[in-house]
Structure formats: C-alpha cells, structure tokens
Design a protein around this ligand. Structure first.
Ligand code: SAM
Length: 360
C-alpha cells in the first residue's frame, strides 16, 4: 500500500520511524470517504517520492542542483531518461518541489511572529529554493492546469500574514499543487485539508501530509475546486484558507480560452467554508502581475445609453455624485450617431466575443 511504502522509503531517507498519526479534526464518516483517496493513482508516484528524497538530501547538504543533476537523479528514480520519456520535466520539477517542501517541513517550524525574525527565516527559505534549478521546460498539463507553484518564500509570507499556527487551526487549501502553502501551515502545527485536482500532484501531497503526521485518507481530496463547497463533506471547515488558485484556466476544460474568474471562483468557494473570525490569504492575478498599486477605487461610474431616435443616442455617463464622467474625448451628453453605433454594434460584439470568452 502507498502509506506503508512511503513510510518505508521515508525510513530509508531519514533513518527514523515516523511518529504516530494523530486523529484528525476532519474525521469523516464512511459514506463520504469516497472523496478521499490517498493511495497513489499515478504510475510514477513512488519514483517521484524517491526523487524528492534525493533532492531533500541534496538540500540538507546545501548542494547546488543543476537541471542536469536533477534530470540525472530523475533518470535513476524513474528507471529511464527524459529522452526515453521515462518521466516529464514536470514530474522532475514537481518532485524537486516536494523535496524542498519536505526539507522545510522537517526544519522550519512555525514562522516567528516578529517581522525581522520572520524575514530572516524567509531569507533562508529563498536561499534553499535557489539551490534548485529554474523550471524552464513546460508541459501541456502544466499549462492546462496552471501548475505554477507559489515560490516557497512567498508561500511562507502568505502563511505568516494569515497568522496560521494558533493552537488547533484548521487550514483549507483548495488547489494545493505540490503543497507550498500547506508546508508552512503544517510546519506551524495546523491541521490542513488539501484539495488538488491533478492526481499526479495529489499523490505528492499525500506524502507531505503523511510526513506531517496527518492521515491523507482524511485530509486530502482530489476534487474540482470550482465547485468545492458543493462537494466537500460539510464537516470540512476552516479557520484559515490559504490559496494560490489557477488564474484563468481550469484543467484544460476551457480550451484556449482564458477566463479570469477561475481564481476568484476558488476564493468564493472556500470563503463558504471559513468559520466566523477566520482569515483568508490568496495570491491572485493583480499581485502576480507585479502590480503594486492596488489602491484603485470604484467611484460609481455608470453609463446609460438613451436611444433618442433612429441613429441617435445619448450616452449618459456619471459617477456616484451624478457628475458627468465621460470615457470619450467629446461630449457624450449630446445625441450622436457614433454612440448609437457603439451601443448597437460594438458593445454587443465586445460582450459576446470578448468578455464572455475571457478575452476582454
Ligand atoms: C497556480 S498552481 C498553485 C498550486 C499551489 N496552490 C501553490 O501555491 O503552489 C494551481 C494548482 O491548481 C490545480 N488546479 C487546476 N485546476 C483546478 C481545479 N479546477 N480544482 C482544483 N485544483 C485545480 C493545478 O493542478 C495546480 O496544482
């Protein structure tokens, strides 16, 4: 079985026997267990764990790992080379991330509350992350599922901002990837419920959760987070939600379209599981795009197209206070043919072919 196997492998790496698994605050009755499958469901799972352990050993020795080193370790673990398609670059990168997360879980503990001390700890996390090779090769699954992990130091910062680690904190991560955010929550002693749609990645998360003393049969789900609130057992509640969701694509189901509400859907779903007084920290699009000025305000702009005759329209544009707030360099409060065309032809096109397709 997976859990026995992973424990055996872990003993090989650490020379230590894992501790007892504490009972989980997410304990589920039998009828909902079908959601929670922790046994590996992907063929390379054991090899990925073995590679993660090799990476963890390398990090423990503070060794710089080049891409060539990583792929050589991977060839040993998967029993064949990249050229032979024994593994994909994503397999190797994800296993490397798991190796880093395991190392952090074993070494970092709860981040200090004091900002300077927390900064020092996160600097150490950055130093360790920099020992791993850059991820320069993409796969189709990575693009379809938006598998772009939170850099470990950012994940630590999110955990720190959330204040996770108070006694008994229950954390929910709806699209947990290889567990960057989970790692810091687990290291702080919280109980984490991780969800991840990709079975390949969920198999890695199972290792991380188990290593932290959790039972993945109880605290790992592999569901579509677009509908998480409708799917998870009612007892899965959270004091803290940490997430960095896919921003504009959900498991390739949108084809080539990019729909920017995908990430916010995951936020809304998890908000429904947050208990009163809880905290939610999310990495979302504007921040990811490097935008630092998040102080934009909505002043109540509204526009009201008034058709005054055939080929004539007044575009009434105003703000909360009733002031004229024109988007055009001319007076839109006068009847105009151009505004009529805007309303009749341009805006419907923008709506149906731009906004609803996620292009505008
Ligand atoms: C941007 S990555 C972030 C992973 C992780 N939260 C982190 O911070 O590193 C998004 C993750 O969401 C997963 N994913 C994509 N669509 C999903 C969906 N509809 N439901 C749940 N997980 C999904 C991907 O496989 C990927 O692991």
């Amino acid at each position: 079985m997976w859990s026995q196997e992973s424990k055996t492998l872990r003993r090989d790496a650490d020379g230590a026997t894992p501790g007892d698994t504490p009972s989980s605050s997410f304990h589920e009755p039998d009828h909902v267990r079908s959601h929670m499958i922790s046994a590996p469901t992907t063929p390379g799972a054991t090899a990925s764990l073995s590679l993660a352990q090799a990476v963890e050993r390398s990090l423990t020795g503070s060794q710089l790992l080049s891409a060539a080193d990583l792929f050589a370790f991977a060839a040993d673990a998967y029993g064949g080379t990249l050229a032979e398609a024994a593994f994909t670059p994503r397999d190797a990168y994800d296993a490397a991330e798991l190796g880093l997360h395991l190392h952090l879980l074993h070494t970092i503990g709860r981040l200090p509350a004091e900002p300077d001390a927390a900064r020092d700890t996160l600097a150490e996390v950055e130093r360790l992350s920099a020992l791993l090779p850059s991820q320069t090769r993409r796969t189709a699954e990575q693009n379809d599922y938006q598998q772009f992990s939170t850099p470990a130091a950012y994940a630590g910062l999110c955990a720190w901002v959330s204040g996770v680690g108070a006694r008994g904190d229950r954390v929910l991560e709806p699209s947990a990837g290889t567990g960057a955010l989970c790692t810091f929550a687990l290291a702080s002693g919280a109980t984490v419920h991780a969800n991840e749609l990709s079975d390949r990645r969920a198999d890695l998360l199972a290792v991380l959760l188990e290593e932290a003393g959790q039972d993945p049969d109880q605290t790992l789900t592999r569901e579509n987070a677009d509908h998480l609130d409708a799917i998870l057992p009612p007892s899965v509640r959270a004091d803290v939600v940490l997430l960095n969701p896919p921003f504009s694509q959900t498991a390739g189901r949108l084809g080539r379209r990019r729909v920017v509400t995908v990430g916010t859907d995951h936020v809304l779903q998890t908000l429904r599981r947050l208990d009163p007084g809880g905290r939610l920290v999310a990495v979302l699009l504007a921040v990811r795009a490097g935008r630092t000025d998040l102080s934009d305000d909505y002043h109540g702009y509204a526009s009201c197209p008034l058709v005054t005759g055939y080929g004539r329209l007044i575009l009434a544009e105003f703000d909360y206070d009733g002031n004229v707030d024109s988007s055009f360099p001319f007076d839109t409060s006068k009847e105009r043919y151009s505004m009529y065309v805007l309303k009749k032809d341009l805006l419907p096109n923008l709506y149906w072919h731009g906004m609803l397709q996620g292009r505008a």
